[in-house]
Design a protein around this ligand. Structure first.
Ligand code: CUA
Length: 156
């Protein structure tokens, strides 16, 4: 089939543009294992419950007002699901999952993470106000998704 010269030019231009686009997307997404910043620490999702600190999840006092909160998500629960935090505590929250993708959102705060199997998400939050905070899973994770919730209580 005879192709008009301009058709050829435009076809080449089109394919070229497509390649540049795909390369940009591909490199951007995978270059040096780029992941969301909170997703850099890895863990074997099948061994979460045997791996520290998730073998003993919950709140742990580090020093002064510094605490660490380790939470395991799984279909369809947060472990632990009732957490008491002293007012004024600065808490490093680590979250991982034993199975599928879950969400970790704490209503009324900026905490909102997408928890991927194989990764540990970390977020530091200072709790200055007493009260109850609802933890929700905001990623659809299966039939019991809507049942997944937990509670943080900030106490004097
Ligand atoms: Cu876990 Cu939705």
């Amino acid at each position: 089939m005879h192709m008009h010269k301009f058709e050829k030019i435009w076809l080449t231009f089109g394919i070229g543009t497509l390649l540049v686009f795909l390369t940009t997307v591909g490199v951007g997404a995978f270059y040096m294992g780029t992941q969301p910043a909170s997703c850099l620490v890895t863990i074997d999702p099948e061994k979460v419950r045997e791996t520290a600190p998730f073998d003993n999840p919950g709140l742990r006092h580090i020093e002064g007002n510094k605490y660490e909160l380790n939470i395991v998500t799984s279909a369809f629960a947060f472990t632990p699901n009732q957490i008491q935090i002293p007012k004024g505590a600065e808490v490093v929250i680590n979250v991982t999952t034993t199975d599928v993708v879950h969400g970790f959102q704490v209503a009324g705060t900026n905490i909102n993470m997408m928890v991927h199997p194989g990764y540990i998400n970390t977020y530091t939050q200072k709790f200055d106000k007493t009260g109850e905070y609802l933890i929700l899973c905001n990623e659809y994770c299966g039939a019991g998704h809507h049942l997944m919730s937990a509670k943080i209580e900030v106490v004097e």
